[in-house]
Design a protein around this ligand. Structure first.
Ligand code: GDP
Ligand code: MG
Length: 149
């Protein structure tokens, strides 16, 4: 059966916190497993391996996967120095909404949070949320936005 939920693809570097975030948002127990392939979580979240962003050869796969979703979430860890997102990265998704999500805010300084947000804005995020999958900070706001999509 088709899900009526809007589908969101998560893109970000390995270790950015994508899988943990999908576990949090779908009320699953958090546990670590490496994402080897595209995974549909609860019919709503499309979790992608970090390699899809890290290796240009996978941009075709990202683009194809994106054609099946309603929005793209670009995920940046607040404690990561630098970013894998090229400026304008979001343009490859043909005008679909791009939401920025800064993860691991429980570990970051305000300066790091601002820098992470700037990376995501440069990548083409139209709106940005700050979250922690450990403390749950910021999740209400993000969830609200996702529900309204
Ligand atoms: N402190 C903290 N750790 C996190 C958070 N989100 C994820 N992690 C940890 O970061 C590591 C990578 O997370 P994972 O979700 O597998 O990243 P992925 O490769 O993007 O799917 C794991 O050890 C998680 O427990 C967070 O919000 N805060
Ligand atoms: Mg993963």
């Amino acid at each position: 059966m088709e899900s009526t939920k809007q589908r969101i693809m998560l893109v970000g570097k390995s270790q950015a916190g994508k899988t943990t975030l999908t576990q949090y948002l779908t009320n699953q127990q958090l546990f670590y497993h490496k994402t080897q392939t595209v995974q549909v979580v609860a019919g709503q979240f499309i979790d992608t391996p970090g390699e899809y962003l890290e290796r240009r050869g996978f941009y075709g796969a990202l683009s194809v996967t994106a054609s099946e979703v309603d929005a793209i979430a670009v995920i940046q860890s607040a404690i990561e120095d630098g970013s894998m997102f090229a400026p304008g990265f979001g343009k490859m998704f043909c005008g679909k909404p791009v939401v920025g999500i800064v993860t691991k805010i429980d570990l970051a300084s305000e300066e790091q949070l601002k820098r992470a947000e700037q990376y995501l804005a440069d990548a083409g995020a139209q709106i940005c949320f700050r979250v922690s999958s450990i403390t749950g900070q910021g999740m209400t706001e993000l969830d609200k936005w996702l529900q309204a999509l």
